[in-house]
Each structure stands twice: as structure tokens, then as C-alpha cells.
Write a protein that binds this ligand. Structure first.
Ligand code: SF4
Length: 248
């Protein structure tokens, strides 16, 4: 709809209101309408700006020597996905496959994560961004040390500030501990909602843990259903971007 059409509709509705309520047209605040095409262009500009800022962070990460992990990495793994996303998924750190490819959650655990997300109509192509607590691989896939997570935290914070996800899914103990500043384990805190800087966050099991222990798959699925239900409250049509292949 053009701005002129919107303006005409607005004055028609105002006139109708005056007729029935006895108010006068000067009671209505003047409205500044924009063409739909102009609004779409502005949204697309914002998306372009966010994508450029995310790319700039990835370049900064590639140069980073903020902790010892820079010495053993092959590639940095800044994160990947839809910009802006509905959901931000946060894991621990790159493994061997991720270090080799520069992409988060590839290999068996990544394939399982993709299946978990698809079960609730989420994907990295359509409506999710996937990142980690640390952007470089810890040797032998050990858990990142607190000082490494601390040194890397400003990158994740910058990504969150730009991406502004509607919800966060934290997978595994490392994400849980670092995001919520807790030492409680994932077995205790999974399936509960937390407020992370105003964003609803739910923690569930890391897909690597599910590959090691099949019995965790049922509680993980229950967590995902809770996550989906909450997301439907916040973004009722979030599934349309998945079903339409990210075109929404
Ligand atoms: S893990 Fe983070 S802080 Fe450490 S070198 Fe890599 S990008 Fe820098």
C-alpha cells in the first residue's frame, strides 16, 4: 500500500469515527505514513547492515590472539546462519571438523543438531544463527578453560547485540555455565527458562552428549517442545520462514 492510500484510509476512518463519536477531526493526531516499498527497503538495509557487522566480527575473530587457542587452531569458527535470526543457538566450541571447515556444528553432532532443530521447524538456513562460546578449537576437544571463555566472550556479546535473537537455545554445560554464570549442571537446569539480557534462554543437552547417551534423547525432545511452545508465543509465525525456505 502506498503512503497516499494509507493516508486516505486513515482520514476515512477518522471521519467515520467523528460521525459516531461526536469527536472532531482535529482530535486525531496527524500521521506520517510510508509506502510499503519504502518500509521493505529500510528493513532490507538494516539486514544488510547487520550482515556487514557480523562479517566484520568474523574478520576480527580471524585476527584474534586473545587466548592460547589461537596457537593451535587451523581456522576460526565465528558462527553461521540466518541474519537476523529468530533463534540463536550457542554451543561450546569448535571440534576437529569445525576447525577444518571453519563452520560450527558440522560432523555427527552437527547433523544431529540440525535434526533436532528441524523437528521444531528451525534451521541455520532459514531462521537460526549458530555460534559457540569460544571461536577456536581447544586441543583434543577439551572443555574451554574459564579464561579462554572469558577472553572470547566479547565476540559472542557483539554477535548477540547485532543479531537480537528472540530466543536463545544453549546446548551443553559449557554454554550453560558461561551464559548463566552458574556451576549447576545441565542435568539439573535443562528444560528451564532463564532471562538472558532480556532474551528467554533455555538450555538443553549438547548433541555430542546425546550421541554418547541415548537415554538423554527423550528429555532433550521434551526441552525442544517447551522451547517451540515459548517461541510460538513470542513469534507466532516463526515456522513460516522454515516452511517457505527462509523467504519470510
Ligand atoms: S578462542 Fe576467542 S579469544 Fe581465544 S584466540 Fe580464538 S577468537 Fe581469540
Amino acid at each position: 500500500m502506498t503512503a497516499q492510500e494509507k493516508s486516505l484510509l486513515y482520514s476515512l476512518l477518522n471521519n467515520a469515527d467523528c460521525l459516531f463519536s461526536g469527536r472532531v477531526s482535529s482530535d486525531f493526531a496527524p500521521a506520517d505514513f510510508k509506502d510499503d516499498a519504502e518500509i521493505t527497503a529500510q528493513v532490507s538495509e538494516l539486514t544488510k547492515d547487520a550482515a556487514a557487522e557480523i562479517k566484520k566480527i568474523a574478520l576480527d575473530i580471524a585476527q584474534c590472539d586473545g587466548c592460547v587457542l589461537c596457537k593451535t587452531r587451523t581456522n576460526t569458527v565465528p558462527g553461521i546462519g540466518k541474519i537476523p535470526p529468530v533463534v540463536l543457538v550457542i554451543g561450546e566450541g569448535p571440534g576437529a571438523d569445525e576447525d577444518r571447515t571453519g563452520e560450527p556444528f558440522v560432523g555427527k553432532a552437527g547433523q544431529l543438531l540440525d535434526k533436532m532443530l528441524a523437528a521444531i521447524q528451525l534451521s541455520r538456513e532459514d531462521n537460526c544463527f549458530i555460534a559457540n562460546i569460544v571461536k577456536c578449537r581447544p586441543p583434543a576437544n577439551r572443555t574451554p578453560l574459564p579464561e579462554e571463555a572469558q577472553a572470547c566472550s566479547h565476540f559472542l556479546q557483539a554477535q548477540i547485540d547485532i543479531l537480537k535473537p528472540k530466543m536463545i537455545l544453549a546446548v551443553g554445560n559449557t554454554a550453560l555455565h558461561n551464559l548463566l554464570d552458574t556451576t549447576a549442571g545441565i542435568k539439573k537446569l535443562h528444560g528451564k527458562f532463564f532471562n538472558y539480557q532480556g532474551i528467554p534462554l533455555l538450555a538443553t543437552f549438547h548433541p555430542s552428549a546425546l550421541l554418547r547417551d541415548e537415554s538423554l534423547k527423550r528429555p532433550a525432545w521434551e526441552d525442544l517442545k517447551l522451547f517451540r511452545n515459548k517461541l510460538l508465543e513470542i513469534v507466532p509465525d516463526y515456522q513460516s520462514s522454515y516452511l517457505n525456505g527462509g523467504s519470510d
